[in-house]
Write a protein that binds this ligand. Structure first.
Ligand code: ZN
Length: 251
């Protein structure tokens, strides 16, 4: 039997051999790095992490610190259906590269570090009672893509924060056009009534804080359509957590 020391030596040796065969690559740009599961120094310094001050409701950057609970003009004029939204990074540079690599190049291992950063961004509302729910894909799109990137991120957030996770709670009941290229009003119309809670699962939501997870938030129309359904089913609060935020022009 191998002793602990020789076992860890064997492990170290095998990872060294693995690194020689498959050198670790940067999570965003794919260049060779010294460590598995990390960003290269250039991508790390370019990573557009969203830091405070942000709007307490929409999570969008504020031009200056307005103290706790500071709101953007949009949050005052047009309060969201959800309680609050937070994102780990702006949808730009290495953050955008990671979103596209997860979704289209099926680098599903990326959901692990992305989910860890998301859990940090959502620390104000994540708790042991939270139920983490991904924005669902329509079954045809799920069939085409073979996985739901939002579900991978949601699972990773739930693991990191120690919350409940239910990828099957919400269903997309009709096919919708891709939101890319649509203006805010068309986006809203496109997803209105497109989501529902699966039959018999309403009790799971009643009185519970729910955290909706998606990869990118743009105008928030998709998560708003989901939040409406969750509120109707009696969720005690609905917060939104996305990896990236496509920051609107006006902010
Ligand atoms: Zn890089």
């Amino acid at each position: 039997m191998l002793g602990r020391r020789s076992l860890s030596a064997a492990k170290g040796c095998s990872s060294a051999v693995l690194n020689l065969l498959l050198p670790p690559r940067c999570l965003a740009c794919g260049s060779k790095t010294g460590r598995t599961g990390a960003l290269c120094p250039v991508c790390w310094s370019d990573m557009p992490f969203l830091e405070n001050p942000v709007c307490a409701r929409y999570g969008t950057p504020l031009p200056h610190d307005m103290g706790e609970g500071g709101l953007s003009a949009r949050a005052i004029m047009d309060p969201p259906v959800f309680d609050s939204a937070r994102s780990a990074a702006r949808y730009d540079g290495p953050a955008r590269q990671m979103v596209l690599a997860l979704k289209f190049a099926r680098h599903r291992d990326l959901s692990e570090p992305m989910g860890t950063w998301m859990a940090r961004a959502g620390r104000e509302f994540l708790s042991a009672e939270s139920l983490i729910v991904p924005v669902p894909l329509h079954r045809w799109r799920l069939w085409q893509r073979r996985f739901n990137q939002a579900a991978d991120l949601a699972a990773s957030v739930a693991r990191t924060a120690g919350c409940g996770y239910d990828p099957m709670l919400l269903a997309r009941t009709r096919r919708t056009r891709q939101q890319v290229g649509l203006d805010a009003a068309s986006r809203q119309k496109n997803v209105r009534g497109a989501f529902d809670i699966r039959a018999g699962r309403e009790a799971e939501v009643f009185g519970r804080p729910v955290v909706l997870v998606d990869d990118v938030m743009t105008t928030g129309s998709t998560v708003s359509a989901c939040a409406r359904v969750l509120r109707k089913a009696g969720a005690s609060r609905v917060d939104v957590l996305t990896f990236a935020l496509a920051v609107p022009e006006e902010s």
